[in-house]
Design a protein around this ligand. Sequence first.
Ligand SMILES: [Fe+2]
Ligand SMILES: [Fe+2]
Length: 212
Amino acid sequence: MTESSLVDKMVRTADQAMRSVCGAPHTTGRISPSADVEETELSDYERDEAGRLMRVNHVGEICAQALYQGQALTARDKKVQESLDQSAAEENDHLAWCEQRLEELGTRKSLLNPFWYAGSFTLGSIAGLAGDKWNLGFLAETEHQVADHLQGHLNRLPERDTKSRAIVEQMKIDESKHATIAAKAGGAELPTSIKSLMRFGSKVMTRTAHWI
Ligand SMILES: [Fe+2]
Ligand SMILES: [Fe+2]
């Protein structure tokens, strides 16, 4: 890589980071799955709980964006990278949809978003440095775990909050597709111990973001 292309890449990466954390992501232009769903009346408890769950999901999308950006900075094979670009762009759709829903629910974003972004970016960069098969394996496993997590949220979101549910349903479909893309591009199966560590890390994140 030439010095100027490295600088270009770093400037693009910094721009993406600012856009993700400050709320101006480059989306694919898909409209939110909740756009055509009518807003229903929620009790204070339901609104509060939906807001907390959607804040957790918003943090998840901040992390996903950082993970894709981190691995893009250090991944080796250009073809592999191109196959992940669409997934990364769709994570920005998710980010925008969650952010819009948070505003509608009158809930704030996590105060720790810059911290979540930095941590996930570091993890993504390390995965990229480990080589493409591990990088892709890490992404595939992350996407699997996120899809499972979203199913858990569908079980917990108030039945009447059909707008949030529409967003989470579509995100779950997209995350499963992203997992398949990463696995098909050559992702290796990760050792069970790493998978457990990843589950533990995401549990810390989701429990914290529920409140902060
Ligand atoms: Fe996502
Ligand atoms: Fe994804």
